[in-house]
Design a protein around this ligand. Structure first.
Ligand SMILES: Nc1nc2c(c(=O)[nH]1)N[C@H]1C(S)=C(S)[C@@H](COP(=O)(O)OP(=O)(O)OC[C@H]3O[C@@H](n4cnc5c(=O)[nH]c(N)nc54)[C@H](O)[C@@H]3O)O[C@H]1N2
Ligand SMILES: Nc1nc2c(c(=O)[nH]1)N[C@H]1C(S)=C(S)[C@@H](COP(=O)(O)OP(=O)(O)OC[C@H]3O[C@@H](n4cnc5c(=O)[nH]c(N)nc54)[C@H](O)[C@@H]3O)O[C@H]1N2
Ligand code: SF4
Ligand SMILES: [Mo]
Length: 722
């Protein structure tokens, strides 16, 4: 094959003093295959190349991926622990001094023990993230419950995947982000993609998506903005932010009207259809159009295309999930697959575009306030017994369930929580309603941050612990398909930095809990214990050994034992994970967004991403190329709206909501609705759009409504030069 020859030749171009380390990108859930290039003389990473043998992304990478390697030996790395010696400078980068690990550990142990002695075990908390390996995510859950003995642990997936998890759980009885492998996607006949800016956020999916169109299939996109994928879609449903539930109900109404229901499937494998049919009766195209702003013909056409397609995949992302009815939205879109029977077979199903690198694995193994490894629940005494046995503690020692991420900030505000161990997240940029959250962080008695760069959140810390980047340690990650893959170590940790798991083991020992942690000497030791802890849970990783992952290009969970090759396709036997084996079609009444536009705040503000930056931007804003490409945030405004406010392209305007204010350059574009404005959220301090967003939480997933609130624009007085 031509391509094989080409890549062989490229390989021959490698420098003699260089070796390749096979791994995956540090950033999003695509987990593109890459080789890190390492200089064998200096043993330092010097570059990256795509790995075309990787079946999911076959040599594709995006601008973040091709520059990801620059993180490791970056000048901004924190090389030694830092201790704050000037309290007055809390909330800034200043006022830290370098310290030894031993001094930092001693201080942390002293402060943590003091707080727990005076205010109880639950005065401490852990807030984490899922850019970490499964091993680290697992150990963080154990660290909170066994080393600190606190109930208060939660993580940034609460801002990311928790609504998808809740919706899948309710509809299908299990939460695996995609019911099919990604290698099926280009072979389907129709993709219905809602609330996903795929071309910017999961760019290496695009070749599969365009292939559907090239083969004569259809792409339907639901987004208030004309994103790159919406522009080339066969149908763009440009709804008002926050109205997806009405739209999904409207499409379902139309599927019923047009006779696209798979009655055999509905009768044998689902519950709830009659009730749902009754509920969507009123969602006629006209009524749905009134609620969503989408033309009735488009709603009818969407149902026709999806209904007629022999195979179809419903895909969605944060656009529908980051709403205070995100769980309902997920179930409502999943309903479409269930009523038409387009699930539980190859090339048909539902998938969420998992956000963070380990957004899937990280939510399954006990970083969530109410969860234990293997997707077990603290509320279930059998589950507590199973995990306690692996951990060697008595079941009664297991702390109760805590509260969700945003609610932890509420408990910091009222001083229920006084100490925080923050790792792998930057909530001083990424949490909603930031004025409140930043005050909550300031209000802590003692805060530890583990990061490799000094983040905006670390500015509030008392101690900063230097951790490793993804390329300086090994472990597993679960990609957006539910495929467990291996991350490999390419160089030794920079400076005195240590992997998160090692820091936690050493801290646990100094907290007097060494008997539960000291046996974990390598990432592999943590991995082996983690597989055992997941055994028997339904996110069962027991059979996913590192050897098997290597041998078969990853392992899809569940994978129960040595002989089990894993589960690329879910529900092929039409058995869903509810006790009766049936999926649930959900009757979901429409609710508007928590905050509707009004006279004072007539616009809808929505937020999201650009291709060049990642999340809070603490990593990507430091990479020169990415910063050059997108140096600052901006507000997207429709030309008609701009002329109404008399504002020009690139003029700086003030944007405000009931919670805060920030100034942005205007980007005039026809790619947005007239009643909506959009700001990317990757920027810190006074550039953070989260100063304005609302913390309206979904009642089930506790996910904040990042995607819709009411806002107003103010033209700033132009100061004339005298
Ligand atoms: N470049 C880049 N890629 C990333 C990331 C990144 O930061 N940068 N982050 C990763 C992570 S963690 C995540 S979670 C994913 C996020 O991936 P996406 O969810 O695709 O990204 P977002 O930009 O948050 O939002 C997606 C789209 O939702 C639309 N939207 C807004 N409101 C609504 C609504 O009410 N209904 C509908 N249907 N759509 C709406 C927005 O216009 C936007 O185009 O990306 C991952 N990939
Ligand atoms: N307005 C608005 N806000 C949003 C969103 C939105 O769409 N709109 N999206 C939300 C979503 S989907 C997400 S996922 C969140 C994410 O928001 P955050 O949780 O803030 O995500 P990151 O920026 O990845 O923060 C990770 C931090 O940990 C560090 N880090 C990376 N890897 C490791 C590691 O292995 N160990 C340790 N200890 N540290 C590490 C990084 O340097 C960085 O400082 O933001 C949410 N906030
Ligand atoms: S698509 Fe995601 S995983 Fe792939 S290179 Fe870009 S950021 Fe990395
Ligand atoms: Mo995310």
């Amino acid at each position: 094959m031509q391509r094989d020859k080409f890549f062989k030749e490229v390989k021959n171009l490698h420098h003699p003093n260089e070796k390749l380390v096979k791994t995956h990108c540090s950033y999003c859930g695509m987990q593109c295959g890459m080789n890190l290039r390492v200089n064998t003389k200096t043993n330092k990473i010097i570059g990256v190349e795509p790995r075309y043998e990787w079946p999911v992304t076959v040599g594709k990478m995006c601008p973040k991926g091709v520059t990801a390697y620059q993180q490791t030996n970056h000048d901004d790395r924190i090389l030694r622990p830092l201790i704050r010696d000037n309290q007055a400078l809390k909330g800034t980068k200043e006022g830290f001094r370098e310290a030894s690990w031993e001094e930092a550990y001693t201080l942390i142990v002293k402060k943590f023990q003091e707080l727990q002695k005076n205010y109880g075990k639950d005065s401490l908390s852990v807030f984490s993230g899922v850019s970490m390996t499964n091993e680290k995510c697992y150990l963080t859950g154990k660290f909170a419950r066994v080393a600190l003995g606190t109930r208060y642990i939660d993580y940034n997936g609460r801002f990311c995947m928790s609504s998808a998890a809740g919706g899948f759980m309710r509809s299908l009885g299990v939460d695996r982000g995609s019911t099919i492998p990604w290698t099926d996607i280009h072979e389907t006949d129709c993709l219905l993609i809602a609330g996903s800016n795929t071309a910017e956020c999961h760019p290496t999916s695009m070749f599969r998506i365009w292939n559907v169109q090239e083969r004569g299939g259809y792409i339907i996109v639901v987004d208030p903005r004309e994103t790159p994928i919406a522009r080339r879609a066969d149908l763009h449903l440009d709804l008002r932010p926050g109205t997806d539930l009405a739209l999904a109900n409207g499409i379902l109404h139309q599927l019923i009207e047009m006779g696209h229901i798979d009655e055999h499937f509905v009768n044998n494998h689902t519950n709830g259809f009659e009730e749902t049919k009754e509920l969507v009766r009123e969602f006629t195209p006209e009524y749905t159009s009134e609620l969503t702003g989408v033309a009735p013909e488009k709603i009818i056409r969407a149902a026709e295309i999806y209904g007629k397609a022999p195979n179809a995949v419903v895909m969605f992302a944060r656009g529908i999930e980051q709403q205070h009815k995100g769980v309902d939205n997920v179930s409502a879109y999943t309903n479409l697959a269930l009523v038409t029977g387009k699930i539980g077979r190859p090339k048909s199903g539902v998938a969420t575009f998992t956000g963070q690198g380990n957004g899937q694995g990280g939510r399954e193994h006990g970083q969530k306030a109410d969860a234990l490894p293997g997707y077990r629940k603290i509320a279930n005494p059998d589950h507590v017994r199973e995990v306690s046995k692996v951990w060697g503690i008595k079941p009664e020692e297991m702390p109760q369930a805590g509260v969700s991420a945003y609610e932890m900030f509420e408990l910091m505000t009222d001083k229920t929580i006084r100490g925080l161990y923050l790792l792998c997240s930057n909530p001083a940029v990424s949490a909603p309603n930031l004025n409140y959250v930043r005050n909550a962080l300031k209000n802590l008695d003692f805060m530890v941050v583990a990061d490799f760069y000094l983040s905006e959140s670390a500015e509030f810390a008392d101690v900063i612990l230097p951790t490793t980047t993804w390329s300086e340690d090994e472990g597993t990650v679960t990609n957006l398909e539910g495929r467990i893959i291996k991350i490999n170590k390419a160089q030794e940790p920079v400076g005195e930095s240590k992997p998160d798991w090692e820091i936690q083991v050493e801290l646990a020992e100094r907290l007097g809990r060494g008997q539960y942690f000291s046996h974990l000497k390598t990432a592999k030791d943590v991995g082996d214990e983690f597989r055992l802890a997941s055994k028997g849970g339904y996110a069962d990783y027991y059979g996913a050994t590192w050897e098997k992952i290597e041998k078969q290009d990853g392992v899809f969970w569940p994978c129960k034992d040595e002989a089990d090759k894993g589960t690329p396709h879910m529900f092929l036997d039409k058995k869903f994970y509810h006790p009766d084996g049936k999926a649930k079609i959900c009757a979901l009444p429409y609710r508007p967004p928590a905050e509707e536009p009004c006279e004072e705040y007539p616009l809808r503000l929505t937020t999201g991403r650009v291709v060049y930056h990642y999340l809070s931007g603490n990593q990507t804003r430091r990479i020169q190329f990415l910063r050059d490409m997108c140096p600052e945030p901006y507000v997207e405004v429709h030309p008609d709206t701009a002329s109404k406010y008399d504002i020009q392209h690139e003029e700086v305007v003030r944007l405000f909501t009931r919670r805060g204010t920030a100034d942005y350059k205007v980007k005039i574009t026809e790619a947005i609705r007239k009643d909506t404005v959009f700001v990317p959220y990757h920027f810190g301090h006074d550039q953070s759009i989260n100063l304005l967003t609302i913390a309206a939480l979904d009642p089930m997933s506790r996910m904040p409504e990042f995607k819709a609130c009411a806002a107003q624009i103010e033209k700033l007085e132009i100061k004339k030069v005298q």
